[in-house]
Design a protein around this ligand. Structure first.
Ligand code: FAD
Length: 416
């Protein structure tokens, strides 16, 4: 067929079938000039929510990008509404914004805080049972009140280093936006941004299982008064949408199997009362930071010179066969150095949360919620000061970071 005839036929067919040009969601929303921010936090989970509130309260124009539809991450979406540990050996070692939200949630929910003054070898007795629905909405309120701009349903599609900071292209259904910022905080739980930037990350061949949380019973699930049940999801990996899908499908099927088993055993009263929307993930990538916290550092309670917060929890590595927590020796309180929040060789970039630079055993204790919140607050302060001084996090005078953290209610190891 000659070219002219081909075109004639194609035009006629297109008219008859109303064929549209190739359409993409991104074309439907043209990208405008980039929006400017001082600090962008990626991931509105346990650490990221606190990082964003802190940055905004300290005066940074802050944007929070979260690919889900609510704040709190593993604490709320994952259903692990049992944060710890804010207290060690009879005194408070982590306070600040995370603690403020936890306390507010318990008070408003008519709940009860544990008796922290009474020492206990059972660490979970000092964890705080919270209502995840209330926590999530109070955290959201705190973000909005402090001026954080929240972009739900979005994730960074590209991150590019530009003069004085970053250009981030964030996408979601029907949305494509470009943002610039001076400082970026990666709170994705798996160091996604660090990975996109091809900076080094650490990962084990075998990782801890994730869990799917749910509640079987006869009555309603009593949020804030009881914990959920869980099944392990071996091989659960939060790295990509494909691996997340796999883990969530496996978790739901495992839960369904347990439900059928109970019903077949004649437990006719059992109903599925609560099921979290996705699996909760314990381990994927950690960053290789300017400092790597080792098990020895953690277990000896090493006081780093640039410690920005405390941490406290037994070494808690889950395997195929379960978990046997190894409590810390009496009086030991580990610390987290700023350099463990800074990816090696990076500028204008911080990480907070479970992907903190640490070896596997140290990480199994550091990854809990109170320390993730404290790291988030430290990253929020440091990023804000770096943005204000037009410098990179490690060049901010450390005393200024300590002072600002204390001004915002945080406990900083070794500072008055
Ligand atoms: C089953 C289980 C039980 C646990 N039990 C306890 C416990 O009892 N007490 C305790 O204190 N700790 C517990 N932990 C540990 C603790 O809950 C987590 O390690 C901690 O909450 C992790 O916080 P995070 O901020 O690093 O990550 P997350 O809270 O997981 O937050 C990551 C956030 O980033 C978002 N995100 C990810 N990638 C992107 C992207 N590319 N773009 C945009 N957004 C993104 C996610 O949607 C999420 O909101 C448990 C963990 C698990 C899995």
């Amino acid at each position: 067929m000659k070219r002219r005839e081909l075109l004639k036929t194609a035009t006629a067919t297109a008219g008859a079938l109303a064929i549209h040009p190739l359409a993409t969601w991104a074309d439907s929303v043209p990208s405008d000039a980039p929006q400017e921010a001082d600090v962008i936090v990626v991931g509105g989970g346990t650490a990221g929510t606190i990082a964003a509130i802190q940055a905004a309260r300290a005066g940074a124009k802050t944007v929070l990008i979260e690919h889900g539809s609510q704040l709190g991450g593993t604490t709320t979406v994952g259903g692990v509404a049992f944060p710890g540990l804010f207290h060690a050996w009879g005194k408070q070692i982590i306070s600040g914004i995370g603690w403020e939200l936890v306390e507010q949630t318990v008070t408003m929910d008519g709940g009860k805080l544990p008796d922290f003054a009474r020492p206990t070898p059972r660490h979970w007795q000092h964890q705080v049972l919270i209502n995840p629905f209330l926590y999530c909405v109070l955290a959201e309120e705190a973000c909005l009140r402090s001026g954080v701009t929240i972009h739900y349903y979005e994730f960074p599609h590209s991150v590019q280093e530009v003069a004085g900071g970053w250009l981030v292209e964030s996408v979601g259904p029907g949305t494509r936006r470009r943002l610039t910022c001076r400082q970026l905080i990666d709170c994705t739980g798996g160091a996604d941004i660090v990975g996109m930037l091809k900076l080094p990350r650490l990962r084990e061949e075998e990782t801890q299982p994730g869990s799917m949380l749910f509640k079987f019973g006869g009555d309603a699930f009593r949020a804030g008064r009881e914990r959920l049940q869980a099944v392990y999801v071996h091989g659960a990996d939060s790295s990509t949408s494909a691996t997340r899908t796999q883990a969530t499908l496996a978790g739901r099927q495992a839960m369904l199997k347990q439900l059928r088993k109970r019903l077949q055993a004649g437990d006719g009263q059992t109903r599925l009362l609560q099921m979290q929307p996705e699996a909760a993930f314990r381990e994927s990538y950690r960053i290789l930071g300017e400092t790597v916290i080792t098990r020895e550092d953690y277990a000896s309670g090493r006081r780093f010179e640039d410690a920005v917060c405390n941490a406290f929890y037994p070494i808690d590595l889950h395997t195929q066969h379960g978990v046997r927590p190894k409590p810390l020796a009496s009086g030991v309180v580990p610390t987290v150095p700023l350099r463990a929040l800074v990816p090696k060789g990076s500028r204008n970039l911080l990480v907070a949360g479970r992907s903190v630079s640490s070896d596997r055993l140290a990480n199994s204790g550091l990854r809990v919620q109170a320390s993730c919140m404290a790291m988030g607050q430290a990253a929020g302060v440091t990023a804000t000061l770096a943005a204000q001084h037009r410098t990179t996090p490690l060049d901010v005078p450390f005393e200024e970071i300590q002072r600002k953290l204390r001004d915002h209610g945080a406990i900083v190891p070794g500072s008055a």
